[in-house]
Design a protein around this ligand. Structure first.
Ligand code: SAH
Ligand code: SF4
Ligand code: F3S
Length: 469
């Protein structure tokens, strides 16, 4: 039994003791033909962790099911970024409890991910949700086989607060796509933006070895993958935690040289977005001209309170530099409204940046206080109704510009990697342009997995239609 501790999670050591631990995939038949069901919330990191967890489960004999009522094991991979996830997760756990009571008394219920790293969540589980079998955290996914092989039929909590090491589990992923793959390049975050819980739930910044990353990319290419997305909470910090590693710009370049057809990366922080990075993105055709560049706020006062390390002017300068150097770059962003102390004038500064940058798209949020983060105890006297009004006004502006940027594509020919059947129309395929625009494509289904030239026939706010000539 190990429970999380926020003070421990906050600690960062100066000296560099990251060890690379190569984990032996544990194969075992204990759960042969038992069915697992995974529900994932949160960011790409969590989506990719679920692919790793699925690999671990299949090594223990489990097979996937789409129906939670049929499952022998239900695993909930959670996100802690905003408070509203809490009710969703506990609502879902209620359904799991019902299944365990009424359908399958042997059902194994597991909860993991970023909420598992929150002490308040673990306390709530220990007090009121003892029907859960296992809670484990983001630092010990590699120990899941052991936990599952030793389940005792009562609640087990195994959450580490921090870890110095990088665990390599090899090829043990069950990837959701056969064409586009996630590749972790680093774990954790040391930025400590004052509103954000990620540095506490994911721990210290730790880069993987570039040689391991490149090996993984080459293997994926061999397997027929057309696209990789390099993952990190702040990819431009890649390598900074080690003396013997290359920079993110160099890593991008080396990845480009593998010859894989498409390379993407998320998320880059505007701070320390170097000229070298921009030049390399511009230089290689297989590095996609799409950048997610979170703004958070346009007000210098709020940016400072957020601990973002850039000013409005610096952000706009960087934005323009990227637009100048990377042809046809599309840029999206994240914005928080209603941060403690945000006045109407501060909010108008944010609108001003949106008017200047005319983003291709944006994720927008109302500030959500996260227990233990500095912003949660800042004085906040803006009423919720005012924050909701700001969010609404912001979204109107964001939609206007994303519509405008999409409408420029009408009649154009663009390259689309067809990764799925369309959600809207089962007779169409869907995929993304190089600039990360979703296109539903009328074409033969044999083109699934291919990069094809598509003529855009219609554009909407969040997607486009097209056909293959
Ligand atoms: N590492 C990424 C962000 C990951 S979280 C980065 O630095 O850009 C994704 C987004 O959630 C953030 O960009 C931010 O806009 C939003 N977010 C994070 N904490 C939040 C909070 N406490 N309240 C509201 N939105 C938040
Ligand atoms: Fe959170 Fe900031 Fe780290 Fe992004 S960079 S994960 S917003 S602390
Ligand atoms: Fe959520 Fe954790 Fe990602 S808090 S956004 S799942 S790193």
């Amino acid at each position: 039994m190990q429970v999380p501790d926020m003070m421990e999670a906050k600690k960062r050591t100066k000296d560099n003791n990251t060890e690379f631990i190569y984990v032996d995939p544990m194969k075992n038949n204990k759960y042969l033909d038992k069915k697992y069901y995974i529900r994932t919330y949160g960011c790409q990191m969590n989506v990719h962790d679920s692919e790793e967890i699925a690999g671990i489960l299949e090594n223990l004999g489990f097979v996937p099911t789409e129906e939670m009522e049929d499952a022998d094991l239900i695993l909930l991979n959670t996100c802690a970024i905003r408070e509203n996830a809490h009710d969703k997760v506990f609502g879902f756990l209620g359904r799991c409890k019902h299944i365990k009571e009424k359908i399958n008394k042997d059902l194994i219920i597991c909860l993991c991910g970023c909420m598992a790293q929150e002490k308040s969540v673990v306390d709530e589980i220990m007090n009121n949700h003892k029907y859960i079998d296992l809670v484990f955290g983001t630092h010990n996914i590699h120990e899941l086989p052991e936990y599952l092989l030793n389940l005792k039929g009562k609640l087990d909590i195994e959450v580490k607060s921090n870890d110095e090491n990088v665990y390599e589990i090899g090829e043990e992923f069950v990837r959701a796509s056969k064409y586009s793959a996630w590749v972790n390049i680093m774990y954790g975050c040391d930025k400590f933006c004052t509103y954000c819980i990620v540095p506490y739930t994911r721990g210290k910044e730790r880069s993987r070895k570039s040689s391991d990353i490149l090996k993984e990319v080459c293997k994926l290419k061999q397997l027929g993958y057309k696209e990789v997305t390099l993952l990190g909470q702040n990819v431009n910090a890649y390598g900074r935690d080690r003396d013997d590693e290359i920079s993110f710009a160099k890593l991008l370049e080396e990845t480009a040289k593998t010859g894989i057809e498409r390379i993407r990366f998320v998320t880059s922080h505007p701070w320390n977005f170097t000229d070298e990075m921009i030049d390399i993105i511009a230089k290689y055709d297989n590095i996609m001209p799409y950048i997610h560049l979170p703004l958070q706020s346009g007000s210098d006062k709020i940016l400072k309170l957020m601990g973002r390390r850039y000013t409005k002017e610096e952000y706009i300068e960087l934005f323009n530099k990227i637009k100048d150097k990377v042809k046809n770059a599309s840029i999206t962003t994240d914005i928080i409204v209603g941060f403690p102390g945000e006045t109407e004038e501060d909010f108008e500064e944010t609108l001003d940046v949106v008017n200047k940058c005319k983003y291709d798209g944006a994720f927008t949020f109302i500030f959500s206080p996260r227990v233990g983060t500095p912003a949660a105890s800042m004085k906040d006297d803006t009423p919720l109704s005012v924050k909701e009004d700001r969010l609404h006004r912001l979204n109107e502006l964001i939609n206007k510009y994303s519509n405008e940027s999409n409408s420029k594509y009408l009649g154009q020919k663009v390259k689309v990697l067809l990764t799925d059947y369309s959600d809207r129309d089962k007779f169409k395929l869907a995929g993304y342009t190089e600039t990360m625009k979703l296109v539903n494509v009328e074409c033969d289904e044999s083109l699934l997995g291919e990069i094809v030239e598509v003529t855009i026939t219609d554009t909407k706010s969040f997607s486009m239609d097209g056909k293959v000539e």
